[in-house]
Design a protein around this ligand. Structure first.
Ligand SMILES: C=C(OP(=O)(O)O)C(=O)O
Ligand SMILES: [Mg+2]
Length: 573
């Protein structure tokens, strides 16, 4: 029977393939007394050998698809499996205490894990704790005879089905085989959704129950344009969606023709269409989609992809690569925005009740300035390779901006005195993503060079609605007059001081929002590269004066987001 699930359309496109369940199986077990200790020791040996064979295969595959360096993490896992001290302790536990292999494995590995995790100033041992955790899971799965997902071993076309995907899970998906993904939780602006758009694979998030509806190998259809998932489709459904996929491909081919054109409105106004990136590798997508600038480089991915804090040189190389890669076009680099759902394994942050309201981004940078200074130095050194704009995230107060800028100027002075070349043309701006900053944008506008509105957070903080929580996702209302008024306030404040305002939240690429933002006078639109060409195509059809009238009506006459949507439709059809 065909079953239909509705989720949040997170990334465009259509995919039809088998489901690949990326979920942890149930690994619970009971501790029992076992008389036949040798039998248990043999079961353990069997599980260890199966885990070794499996890991060797995964290692080989990872070396092939991700490279030798990435594959080395599995060497550490193989070493744990072959460690005589660890294996010997588990065997003794089985024999001495007459317990089942599962209980012995857990007891011994828990002991090693807490011992290594306790060595707080020894990151090497802390990493070993993570290795032991991973390996224990694998051996346990063989003892319990359950299957662990191995996304790196996927070698046929699939749609990944998961409860949630962390940014690092998403980064590991191989685009050759993973045709789409669908999750239980998350919203349009959660980071897995944002990454799906930069990988250009269709995605649906927040279905609430996809992992309960589908089992491994079920055929499913993902309609990332509408947010629909069809489980067990009939041949007529497959035919219908194949046709829809073809129409979408044709539409994309049409947009492709605009790749080398500038973005000019129907009345001849040029607007800058920029791209959001997470790593220098994303530049390929920016070029393929005709991006005119990088409006947001989320540098935290550089930190998340690294086993320890990236060095000044490693950061310098990444920033230089992006500036050079953009060939003289502007690049806005945002200083690191760790916290919220973006964690670093090597930076122990306090457990918080509300991480999105907690110790994150600029708050960490100002409290632990050494780490921040390293990033600023790398940026300053890279500034001679192209028009660099440095942007601070999560600024709530003028004092924070002034403190961050003071650190930047201090590092600049030091570099200059060391004889290092630093550009004098660097613009320094802030993200407007906290309502407090949006409200006093006039004050900020006197001190910054530019604003970039981060609507993903601005909307969550204005509506008091967690962007990761699908239960409150109805409050993600970019067209609500409250949000539009805040945006207008920011744009007008910047223009009054001769400064510019961009937007790098997902709203900038939202086709219903674009006419409104044009009308409000937004100067730069930065979005997932995959949204650039359709936005250029839309802007070509729109007249600035008419959009100004639309925006004024939306702000002054409309009471609700729905009324605004209807108004936009009447102005753009
Ligand atoms: C662009 C933004 O930043 P991020 O999505 O990385 O929080 C935003 O908040 O809108
Ligand atoms: Mg943000």
């Amino acid at each position: 029977m065909v079953e239909m699930l509705k989720g949040i359309a997170a990334s465009d496109g259509i995919a039809i393939a088998k489901a690949y369940m990326l979920i942890e199986p149930d690994m619970s077990f009971n501790k029992v007394t076992v008389e036949d200790s040798e039998g248990e020791v043999n079961r353990l040996a069997d599980a260890l050998s199966k885990a070794t064979t499996e890991l060797q295969a995964i290692r080989e595959k990872a070396a092939e698809s991700l490279g030798e360096e990435e594959a080395q993490v599995f060497d550490a896992h193989l070493m744990v499996l072959a460690d005589p001290e660890l294996v010997g302790s588990i065997e003794s536990n089985v024999r001495d205490n007459k317990v089942n292999a599962e209980a012995a494995l857990k007891e011994v590995t828990d002991m090693f894990i807490s011992m290594f995790e306790g060595m707080e100033d020894n990151p090497y041992m802390q990493e070993r704790a993570a290795d032991i955790k991973d390996v224990t899971k694998r051996v346990m799965s063989h003892l319990l005879n359950v299957k662990l997902p191995n996304p790196s071993m996927i070698n046929e076309e699939v749609i990944v089905v998961a409860h949630d995907l962390t940014p690092s899970d998403t980064a590991q998906l191989n685009r050759k085989y993973v045709k789409a993904f669908v999750t239980d939780i998350g919203g349009r602006t959660s980071h897995s959704a944002i990454m799906a758009r930069s990988l250009e694979i269709p995605a649906i998030v927040g279905t609430k129950s996809i992992t309960d509806t589908v089992v491994d190998g079920d055929m499913i259809i993902i309609d990332g344009l509408e947010g629909d998932v069809l489980v067990h489709p009939e041949s007529s459904d497959v035919e219908k969606y194949n046709t829809k996929a073809q129409a979408f491909a044709d539409q994309k081919a049409e947009w492709e023709k605009l790749k080398n054109e500038a973005t000019v409105t129907a009345d001849g106004k040029h607007i800058e269409l920029a791209a959001n990136i997470g790593t220098p590798k994303d530049l390929e997508g920016v070029k393929n989609n005709g991006g005119e600038a990088v409006g947001l480089y989320r540098t935290e991915f550089l930190y998340m992809d690294s086993p320890d804090f990236p060095t000044e040189d490693a950061q310098f190389e990444a920033y230089k690569a992006v500036l050079e890669g953009m060939n003289g076009k502007p690049v806005v680099v945002r200083t690191m925005d760790i916290g919220g759902d973006k964690e670093l394994p090597y930076l122990t942050l306090p457990h918080e009740m509300n991480p999105f309201l907690g110790y994150r981004a600029i708050r960490i940078c100002l409290a632990e300035p050494d780490m921040f200074r390293t990033q600023l130095r790398a940026l300053l050194r890279a500034s001679v390779f192209g028009p660099l704009r440095i942007m601070f995230p999560m600024i709530a107060t003028l004092a924070e901006f002034r403190a961050a800028k003071a650190l930047l100027l201090e590092e600049k002075a030091k570099l200059v005195s060391e004889g290092v070349a630093v550009s004098d043309e660097i613009q320094v701006g802030i993200m407007i993503e906290i309502p407090a900053a949006a409200v006093i944008a006039d004050k900020f506008a006197k001190e910054v060079d530019f604003f970039s509105i981060g609507t993903n957070d601005l909307i969550q903080y204005t509506m008091a609605s967690d962007r990761m929580n699908e239960r409150v996702s109805y409050l993600y209302q970019p067209y609500n007059p409250s949000i539009l008024r805040l945006i207008k306030n920011v744009i007008d404040a910047s223009h009054a001081e001769g400064k510019w305002t961009g937007m790098c939240g997902e709203m900038a690429g939202d086709q219903t929002a674009v006419p409104l933002l044009m009308g409000l006078g937004l100067d730069e639109f930065s979005m997932s590269a995959s949204s650039i060409l359709k936005t250029r195509s839309l802007m070509k059809r729109l007249d600035t004066a008419k959009m100004t009238e639309l925006a004024e009506k939306a702000i002054n006459d409309c009471d609700t987001a729905d009324e605004v949507v209807a108004l936009v439709e009447s102005y753009t059809k």
